[in-house]
Structures are given as structure tokens and as C-alpha cells.
Design a protein around this ligand. Structure first.
Ligand SMILES: [Fe+2]
Ligand SMILES: [Fe+2]
Length: 254
């Protein structure tokens, strides 16, 4: 079986810690109060959901996966360290707008409960899809929000998430089989389900800053299709067996 280049990913995560200018949280706030009222609950929920909860794999067999090799443990820990950093940045944004740290939200409780009962391969897919649809959210937010500090925060998070998504692609491409039609179908369906969950909670915020539902779903489609296209290309580079019917063995090869 092809294996991912673990050393490359460890180097990536260590290098990504450098040159991270802190957003200028002290800049004057120019957003209108009604916009802040819609933006703040979204930032508060993201502070909890993007690295603010149990920033680790929590599936019932997660430890076996994490401890499958020293490299896997290191990569998973470095990945989640970046997620904790996202929560810290979002916490700064929440403070900037005089918000409060929330400790729970129904959507995050359901998200974690779901991750706990499934296996680690499914948990990794859920996290990947969350990263893809969150990328769509942060991109729309960065494009429209009239606040330099929040834009700077989005830049840092988007930079990290691009690395996380690329890591997942490497991990999946290293599995034995090329993703099959059934796998691709469930990936798109689950991706749209994740996107819709996010929109239900954060759509009002994106609309308040000037974004739209169509723009958000355009970004979601772009992210998922680019991920799938690159995954297929990478997978086909390692095998000629195109479109087998079995799902790929996510989580077996990081
Ligand atoms: Fe994140
Ligand atoms: Fe991430």
C-alpha cells in the first residue's frame, strides 16, 4: 500500500507556525450595530465548533488510529493544535465585539455525539467535510465583512484549512482503491448535508455582511468538486483500477 509522506506533513505543520501576524484586534469598529448583532452569534458558535471543544479525534476507536504510528500521532496532534488556534483567534474576534464565550450549542453537541459513536474513518470524513464547508463560510465572510481584523483572521484560518484539506486528500489517495461511484455519491450527499447544517446556523450572518445563499453554495460546490477532482487525480496516479465499487478505506494510511 502506498503511504503518505508523513515527514512532509510534519514539516508543513511546523513551518505553518511561522509568519502568522496577529490580526489587529484594536482597530476601530466600523460595522453597523445590526450587522454586529448577526455576526456575533456566528463567531461565538465558531469559537466553540472550530477547535473550541474536544480538539482531538473522539471516535470510539480514535486512540487506536492515533497510536498506529508515532508519525500519525504527531500529525494528528499538530493538526488539532491548529484547530485550537482557530478557536483562540475566534475568541479574540468575539471579545472585539463584546461577545461571550459559549460552552455549548445544540449543533455542536449533536456533531460531537455523532463523532463519538462512529468509527474513526467516518469521523475523519465528517471533519474533512466540515473543513470544506467552513472554508466556504470563511471565504464568503472574508470577501464581504467590513472589518479588517476579521478579514485578517479569516486569512489565517483559510491558510490552515487549505493545509488540512490537502492532508486529507493525501491520506485518502494513499488508500488502496480509487474512490468509487458509491463513495463519491455519499461524499457529495454528506457534503451538502454538512453545508446545509452550517447555512441553517450561519446564513443570517453571511447575509448580514453582504453575502448570499447562492454565493455560499457556489463556494461549497467549488470546494467539494476541487477536492474530488484532485483526489481522483492523485489516486489514479497510484493505481490503474478506476472506479471500483468499494468505498476507500479512509483513515487507514495516515
Ligand atoms: Fe479549523
Ligand atoms: Fe481544519
Amino acid at each position: 500500500m502506498k503511504r503518505i509522506d508523513a515527514a512532509k506533513w510534519i514539516r508543513h505543520f511546523l513551518a505553518n507556525r511561522r509568519k502568522r501576524p496577529e490580526p489587529d484586534w484594536e482597530l476601530p469598529i466600523t460595522l453597523a450595530p445590526p450587522v454586529v448583532r448577526k455576526l456575533l452569534p456566528s463567531l461565538e458558535q465558531f469559537q466553540l465548533g472550530d477547535g473550541g471543544g474536544p480538539a482531538s479525534l473522539i471516535a470510539r476507536d480514535a486512540e487506536a488510529y492515533r497510536n498506529s504510528s508515532e508519525e500519525t500521532r504527531t500529525i494528528v496532534d499538530l493538526w488539532f493544535a491548529e484547530e485550537r488556534e482557530h478557536s483562540r483567534l475566534l475568541g479574540q474576534a468575539v471579545r472585539r465585539f463584546n461577545g461571550k464565550r459559549i460552552e455549548s450549542h445544540w449543533s455542536f453537541t449533536a456533531f460531537c455525539a455523532c463523532r463519538r459513536v462512529i468509527g474513526v474513518a467516518a469521523e475523519l470524513q465528517i471533519l474533512l467535510l466540515t473543513e470544506l464547508v467552513s472554508t466556504a463560510y470563511y471565504r464568503v465572510l472574508r470577501r464581504h465583512v467590513d472589518d479588517a481584523a476579521v478579514k485578517q483572521m479569516c486569512c489565517l484560518i483559510l491558510r490552515d484549512e487549505a493545509g488540512h484539506v490537502a492532508f486529507h486528500r493525501d491520506r485518502l489517495a494513499a488508500a488502496e482503491a480509487v474512490p468509487g461511484v458509491i463513495w463519491l455519491l455519499q461524499f457529495w450527499v454528506c457534503g451538502y448535508a454538512a453545508a446545509t447544517m452550517l447555512w441553517a446556523n450561519h446564513g443570517p450572518c453571511l447575509c448580514a455582511v453582504g453575502g448570499s445563499r447562492a454565493e455560499y453554495y457556489h463556494e461549497v460546490r467549488f470546494e467539494i468538486s476541487r477536492f474530488v477532482r484532485r483526489l481522483l487525480r492523485n489516486s489514479m496516479g497510484s493505481t490503474r483500477n478506476v472506479f471500483p465499487t468499494s468505498p476507500i478505506a479512509a483513515g487507514q494510511s495516515a
